[in-house]
Design a protein around this ligand. Structure first.
Ligand code: NAD
Length: 309
């Protein structure tokens, strides 16, 4: 096929993502993990579904970074996930070590790739991969708002009993408790939900969105969400690999946009074959701008704890 997308980490998110990408068929997939046999077994299983799904994409499982050579996009999902009662921040130290090692390995074999970071805490890990790789900020992007907005959208659709296709929403800021949900920008067929629902209901839906990940962790008990995260990451990969130039809320490095500097945080970006092709600056109210700045401060503190051992 020629084009390669690599997925690092063959756990819940990585394997689900590999399956989704293989079924799309726009590139061959390489699935890598440190556990011997895990990526090989899962890749073989996905491959054997291809005569049924009618997809011709190749999929290889490996423990060797050489097999990822020349990847156009590399999605990093390797690392620990949250256990019940654990915050994304507590994952920081463990995952920082993993992300440093993984990033050093992938850039050796794919110096021109775009990195999509999934591992949590996603904003801090995206920042770390950016610094370790030395890549331009356009080629390192993190999963945050596509997932958080999907969660808000499904809660709105369920509340108003409408199709998800009629709902549009956007969540900015940190991928965590300090995410910035902007209800006036959440719409159903173009009408803001603030005009469709009472204030208390809007606040409840915002709360459900902020706690969306934690609710699933509480139910699963041994891991965190992976179907929706894999779907969200696949949407980002698709925008890059097929050069859609689609505007999606993602974790991106800011250099003065929204009055914020030297931090990775969720903002709308245009994703295409060059990675982040534009950071889209929305007109925000003073209150929303303040919330975004506060959210950025939280990420900055997290990044500082990561670098101060
Ligand atoms: P998982 O435990 O099922 O899988 C993680 C995999 O990473 C395991 O197979 C493990 O062997 C592998 N791994 C660990 N160290 C490695 C290394 N050095 N090199 C290669 N592989 C390594 O976890 P999961 O549910 O797939 O979640 C993965 C990560 O994604 C977690 O950090 C989780 O919090 C995060 N996540 C982020 C979002 C988001 O929106 N950004 C959403 C869901 C999950």
């Amino acid at each position: 096929m020629g084009r390669i997308i690599s997925v690092i980490g063959a756990g819940n998110v990585g394997a689900s993502l590999a399956q989704r990408l293989a079924e799309k068929g726009y590139a061959d997939i390489v699935l890598l993990d440190i556990i011997d046999g895990l990526p090989q077994g899962k890749a073989l299983d996905i491959l054997q579904s291809s005569p049924v799904t009618g997809c011709d994409a190749g999929i290889t499982g490996t423990n060797d970074y050489k097999d990822t050579a020349g990847s156009a996009v590399i999605v990093i999902t390797s690392g620990a996930s949250r256990k019940p009662g654990m915050t994304r921040d507590e994952l920081l130290k463990t995952n920082a070590g993993i992300i440093t090692e993984v990033t050093q390995n992938i850039i050796r074999y794919s110096p021109d790739c775009t990195i999509v970071m999934v591992t949590n805490p996603a904003d801090a890990m995206t920042y770390l991969a950016l610094k370790v790789s030395g890549f331009p900020p356009s080629r390192v992007v993190g999963l945050s708002g596509v997932l958080d907005s999907a969660r808000l959208s499904i809660f709105i659709a369920a509340e108003l009993k409408v199709s998800v296709s009629e709902v549009s929403s956007i969540v900015l800021g940190e991928h965590g408790q300090n995410m910035v949900v902007i209800p006036r920008l959440a719409t159903v067929k173009g009408t803001p939900i603030t005009e469709l629902l009472p204030r208390e209901t809007v606040e409840r839906l915002v709360g459900c969105t902020v706690n969306g990940g934690a609710e699933i962790v509480g139910l699963l008990k041994t891991g965190s969400a992976f179907y929706a995260p894999a779907a969200a990451a696949a949407r980002m990969v698709e925008a890059i690999i097929v050069d859609k130039r689609e505007t999606l809320p993602c974790a991106a490095y800011l250099q003065g946009e929204y009055g914020i500097k030297d931090v990775v945080i969720g903002v709308p970006v245009r994703l295409g074959k060059k990675g982040i092709e534009e950071i889209v600056e929305l007109e925000l109210t003073d209150e929303e701008k303040e919330a975004l700045k506060n959210s950025a401060e939280v990420v900055k503190k997290l990044v500082n704890t990561m670098f101060i051992k």
